[in-house]
Design a binder for this molecule. Sequence first.
Ligand SMILES: [Zn+2]
Length: 389
Amino acid sequence: MEQSDQNLYLYAVELARRTIITDGHVDLPYRLQVKNFRLDREYLGIPIQTNDGDFDYERAKQGGLDAPFMSIFIPSSYQNDLPAAKALADTLIHMVQGIIAAHPDKFAKGDSPEMIEEYVSQGLICLPMGLENGAPLISLEDISYFYAKGIRYVTLTHGKDNHICDSSYDTTVTWGGLSPYGFEVIREMNKIGMIIDVSHISDKTFYQVMEHSKAPVLATHSSCRFFTPGWERNMSDEMLLALAKNDGVIQINFGSDFLDVEISTARRESRKELNEKLSQAGLTAEDSLAKPIIEEIKRKYPNLHSDVQRVADHIDHVRDVAGIDHVGLGSDFDGVGDSLPAGLKDVSMYPNLIHELLKRDYTEEDIEKICYKNVWRVWNKVNEIAGSR
Ligand SMILES: [Zn+2]
């Protein structure tokens, strides 16, 4: 790095630590759940310092991350058993509360922007929570039930249509958007002050939410469809315009599949070819004999990861289409496996993104909007609308 670039990087590090950074989506609870996390002594170190995964306290501090939304993720398979979905949500929430209770010198709750600002000023990392999949909302009362437990947004569904709405990944078109119950859920969320998360839903569901929600919404971990044409999990320019009109925010997902169609195509083809070669050889990826096959595929597909510049391209795109007031960060750390881009491999690396934005002449005020102020505006507005009823 040249001297001037080095200085700009140091400024980025300083800015990352000075400004609040909120991230719409970190999948730590589910990673711990898969690891059979228990609140025992042997596991308590995991959220503090670890070599696996993308999030822990030490790295978050390094990266200047202050308020990552912990995803209370309910897989679509639970949609066939709503009481089990609710029980899983309770377990994951309990786990996050347990992490906070075990480390009161490091972590705190994050129930509102004011609460987060207060705790962050004391040097703590807040762990607000979002429910990813509305499956646990068996009845409308469950919205206030989960609100009382600290859930502040609900992603209406996940990879499949559920009892609330249709999913972007599902081709069934069960409802053609929201279900009759889904319309009631939207009304109730507005009333309680629960933020609506429009990531994962189908386009039709999205436009119905835009039409019926009285409050602005978040897309907590989506990117721009402009870079991945035809892929409904990301948002089209037309949707970005509707989102701006709603005064909402899209929080950019860092997963390489969300960032670049050429890379996502190469990733899919390489996976397919690897699986074919492994099954022909009667091997699994874990076998030591599989190593040369994996190496060969890696050589054939050298370009399987996007980069931090591409994430900045998505931020540029939202700014150009919808405006600087409508973009934020929603990494999907701990949720997108090994697909993270160069320069953004874990929560210690937000300064690299800020560095890139500074190079592109984003002002400090722009960067503060991206890091938290836009999301705070939505959150406060959702509260205000709930309070006025
Ligand atoms: Zn997700």
